[in-house]
Design a protein around this ligand. Structure first.
Ligand code: ATP
Ligand code: MG
Ligand code: MG
Length: 377
C-alpha cells in the first residue's frame, strides 16, 4: 500500500518509519515545489506529483497549512483523508470556532475581529486580559498578541491596523486562567471505528510545547470519558478519518477546547514508546481502512522536545527506557530539532529519569524539564 503525505517534515518522516513494518510505503510532497521526496532523506523520488497521486491508496497531510490549490487537487482524487473541510478547520481559526460552537463543544469565549476598532468592544465583552490570534498560518505561538493591561489597548489597536484584518481576521479570546493544558489524541478509521489515547499533560514555554507527560497524572475516569466524548462528537460530526489532536484547557472538571490539529501531533509523540500502537501507525491504519491498534498506555511516559539546540550528549541513551528521535534539520532558534521519549514503571521513576536526562542536556534550552522532574518525584 502507498500513502502520500503533503509536507516533508518530521511528521511525514515518522509516518514513513511507522509504515515500513506494515508494508505501507509513505511518500512526501514538498509543498514548496510540488516535488515528491523520500520522507527521511528528502531526496526527490523518480515520480511526478500526478503519478504519485494516481498510484496512492490514500493522501494525507502532516500540517494544515497546505496551499489550497494542492488540497483541491488532492480532494478531486477522492483519496484525501482527513477531508478538505476538516483540514481547513484546522488551518483557519474562524472556521474552527464556528465548528466548535455549532457542535456545542465548550471552548474559550471569543470574538471575531475584522477591523482594529472592534478591539475596544472585545475588551467590553471579554475583559482586558485577551489573547489575539491571527486566524490563519499561526503555530508555536507565532501570529499571536496579548493584551494584559487596558492601557495598552491604543498601542495594540495601532499595531493591528498594520494587518489586513478584512482578509485575515483575528480570533480574540479571553485569557483563561486554566489549571493545566491537556490534549487528547484520537483516531477514526474509514469504517468509522474510533479509539482515543489516554490524555496527555502538556507543558508549554513561550507558546511552544516543551514536555508532555502521558497518561496525565490526576485524571479520573470521568475526565477521560469527557475528553473521549468530545472527540467522538467532533470526529463523527466531521466524518473525520485519521488522527485528530484536540488541545484542551482544564478548568476544574471542565474541559475547554483550545484548538484542533487535523493530523498527528507533537503531544502524541509519546505514543511511539508509551502506547501499544503509536499515533503514526494508527493514522496510517485509519487512512488505509485497516483495523485500529490498541491505544492503551504501557506505563507512565514523557516526551521532551529538543528545541533550537543540537549540542547534547547521545549518552542520554544510557537512561533505561529512553529513545531519541532526531529529525535531521539544520539548527534554528525555536526550531523543533528532535524529541526524547522516556518510559518508566511509575511516575516517581519517570521523575527520576527526567532528572537524569537533565544531566545530559544544556538546561537553558529545557526550561520545563527540571520542574516537571521535581513535580513527578
Ligand atoms: P500550536 O503550536 O499548538 O499550533 P498555536 O500557535 O496554534 O500553537 P495556541 O495553541 O492557540 O497557538 O496557543 C499557544 C499557547 O498559548 C497555548 O498552548 C496556551 O499555552 C496559550 N493560550 C492560547 N490561548 C489561550 C487562552 N485563551 N488563554 C490562556 N492561554 C492561552
Ligand atoms: Mg495551532
Ligand atoms: Mg496549540
Amino acid at each position: 500500500m502507498r500513502v502520500v503525505v503533503y509536507g516533508a517534515g518530521q511528521l511525514a518522516q515518522m509516518m514513513y518509519l511507522a509504515g515500513s513494518p506494515l508494508g505501507i510505503e509513505v511518500q512526501a510532497v514538498d509543498v514548496n515545489n510540488d516535488s515528491v521526496v523520500h520522507p527521511v532523506s528528502k531526496t526527490p523520488l523518480d515520480t511526478t506529483l500526478a503519478q504519485a497521486l494516481e498510484s496512492a491508496d490514500a493522501l494525507t497531510v502532516e500540517f494544515e497549512h497546505v496551499p489550497e490549490r494542492l488540497l483541491d487537487e488532492a480532494a478531486k482524487t477522492g483519496k484525501l483523508m482527513p477531508d478538505i473541510a476538516s483540514i481547513l478547520v484546522g488551518a483557519d481559526r474562524v472556521r474552527e470556532k464556528k465548528l466548535l460552537d455549532s457542535m456545542q463543544v465548550p471552548n474559550c469565549e471569543h470574538r471575531i475581529v475584522t477591523h482594529p476598532d472592534q478591539l475596544a468592544d472585545c475588551v467590553d465583552a471579554l475583559g482586558d486580559k485577551l489573547i489575539l490570534k491571527a486566524s490563519r498560518d499561526g503555530y508555536d505561538g507565532y501570529g499571536q498578541w496579548r493584551l494584559t493591561d487596558k492601557a495598552d489597548l491604543p498601542k495594540l489597536t495601532q499595531a493591528m491596523s498594520q494587518l489586513n484584518l478584512a482578509e485575515v481576521p483575528l480570533v480574540v479570546e479571553k485569557m483563561m486562567a486554566f489549571d493545566r493544558e491537556l490534549s487528547l489524541i484520537g483516531v477514526r478509521n474509514k469504517q468509522g471505528d474510533i479509539r482515543t489515547y489516554p490524555l496527555a499533560e502538556n507543558l508549554h514555554h513561550q507558546g511552544q510545547l516543551h514536555v508532555s507527560v502521558a497518561p496525565a497524572t490526576q485524571v479520573d475516569d470521568e475526565l477521560q470519558r469527557k475528553a473521549h466524548d468530545i472527540f467522538v462528537k467532533l470526529a463523527e460530526g466531521m466524518d473525520y478519518v485519521g488522527v485528530l489532536a484536540v488541545e484542551l484547557f482544564q478548568c476544574g472538571d471542565t474541559l475547554l477546547v483550545n484548538e484542533l490539529a487535523p493530523r498527528v501531533h507533537n503531544s502524541g509523540h509519546w505514543t511511539q514508546s508509551g502506547a501499544v500502537t503509536s499515533q503514526f501507525e494508527n493514522h496510517l491504519r485509519a487512512v488505509c481502512g485497516l483495523p485500529l491498534g490498541d491505544t492503551s498506555a504501557i506505563g507512565p511516559s514523557a516526551m521532551v522536545n529538543i528545541i533550537g539546540c543540537s549540542s547534547f550528549s547521545r549518552e542520554l541513551l544510557s537512561i533505561d527506557g529512553s529513545h531519541l528521535h532526531w529529525y535531521g534539520k539544520s539548527v534554528r532558534e525555536k526550531r523543533k530539532m528532535g524529541h526524547i521519549n522516556v518510559t518508566a514503571k511509575s511516575y516517581v521513576e519517570l521523575g527520576e529519569k527526567l532528572e537524569q536526562l537533565g544531566q545530559f542536556l544544556p538546561l537553558s534550552f529545557f526550561p520545563k524539564l527540571v520542574d516537571e522532574a521535581q513535580r513527578l518525584k
